[in-house]
Each structure stands twice: as C-alpha cells, then as structure tokens.
Ligand binder design. Structure first.
Ligand code: BEZ
Length: 214
C-alpha cells in the first residue's frame, strides 16, 4: 500500500521498547519523524539510531518526536540498544516499534517489492500534528540517511505552514524563499511581506524572512 502526501497517517497499536504504543495518541500535538530500518544488530542502522538520539534536542525545538520501526522483537531491540550505547556512546531516547509480523510495515509500505516477509527498507514519513503525511523519503538498506536533510525538510515544511512561502532547491534555513504563486493580491503581499520581495516573474518572487520568523 502506498500512502499519499496530505493523507492521514494510519493509526495503529504496536509493541515498542517503551511499552505498548497507540500511534495517534502517542503523537499528541507533535510532528513525528517515523522511520523504518532493516534489522537489529546491523552497522548502518546502529549509526542511524545513534544519530537520531543525538538530535533529540533539535527535534524537540521543532516540536517533533522520533519513532523507529524494525521487524525484530522488543527483546532483540533491548539487547541491541546495549550495543548501540556501548559502540556509539548514546542509546536511543525514542521508541523503537517491534513489528515481527510486519503489520505496521505493510500499512506504511515499508517493505521491498515482491518480498513481504523480508526486512523493512529505510522509509521516512514526516507527519504533522493533524496526523497528515507531509513528506516521505525511501532509501535502500545499504544507504544510510542524511538526518541533517531530514531536519532541513522539517524546517521547510514548518516554514511553509507559518508563512505563505516555499523553499527553493538547496534552500538552507535563513536563505531566500519564494512566495507561493496563489498569493497575488497586492494588499495581502504587502501585509505578509513588509520586508518586500523581488519579482523576476509574477510567479517567481523571492524574499528573505526576518530572522525572528524563520
Ligand atoms: C545495515 O544497517 O548496516 C544494513 C542492513 C541491511 C543491509 C545492509 C546494511
């Protein structure tokens, strides 16, 4: 099953390293970065989970929580966490779902083609506080994800929600943004962008948000 941007992220219950978890209730009014990884006791996954643990403060600043999933058992997860802490110097500080029957993995399309009994791939879902899927990424097992990029995407989504702007190619926080084409009324433009903007075309208008609004 493939989940669509702007669709509701399906609710589910699952066992996790922090006990039974009911997804929408656990999410509350936060953003969630929900990501799967293939297997416990594997090297790339070990580095990814430690990286996400180190970003706990960065996620909290963005009102976001991390949630991981793999198809191993809770018991395996707990044994692996000991190794993650011993080798990476930090233990996961977020729940890891145990999905040995691949119920949640099927629901979220996290399994590779033609292999329903295999390991999950590296899926990432960005889910907003209204439980809507706002972005997704998919990487194969052997390619570790760039979690700075995941934070950058989250920043872009939140900026779009706060201001009527979109983020151009290779945007970085603080960089120029583009005004969404749907805003054409001069009064609305003046109200939303008192700092002004530069119009290369009526549909290509650049502005820089004041630093306290980014
Ligand atoms: C890893 O996490 O290191 C990994 C998992 C499955 C296949 C290849 C690498």
């Amino acid at each position: 099953m493939s989940l669509l941007i702007h669709g509701v992220a399906p609710d589910f219950t699952s066992d996790s390293t922090q006990g039974p978890l009911s997804f929408h209730a656990w999410q509350g009014h936060h953003w969630v970065i929900f990501f799967s990884h293939p297997k416990d006791f594997t090297p790339v996954c070990t580095t990814e989970l430690a990286t996400v643990a180190r970003l706990h403060g960065a996620f909290a600043e963005r009102n976001a929580k991390a949630l991981a999933l793999s198809v191993d058992s809770v018991e395996d997860h707990h044994r692996w966490i000991v190794d993650i802490e011993a080798t990476q110097g930090i233990a996961p500080n977020f729940p890891i779902l145990a999905d040995p029957e691949r119920r949640v993995a099927q629901l979220y399309g996290m399994l590779p083609a033609g292999a329903p009994d295999s390991f999950t791939v590296r899926s990432v879902y960005f889910i907003d506080p209204a439980h809507r899927i706002r972005a997704s990424l998919t990487y194969p097992a052997a390619t570790g994800r760039n979690f700075d990029e995941i934070l950058r995407v989250l920043d872009g989504l939140q900026l779009t929600d706060r201001h009527a702007v979109a983020t151009p190619a290779n945007w970085r926080p603080g960089g120029e943004v583009v005004i969404v084409p749907s805003i054409q009324d001069p009064d609305e433009l003046a109200r939303r962008f008192p700092q002004g903007f530069r119009a290369e075309r009526p549909w290509l208008r650049w502005t820089r948000l004041p630093s306290d609004q980014t």
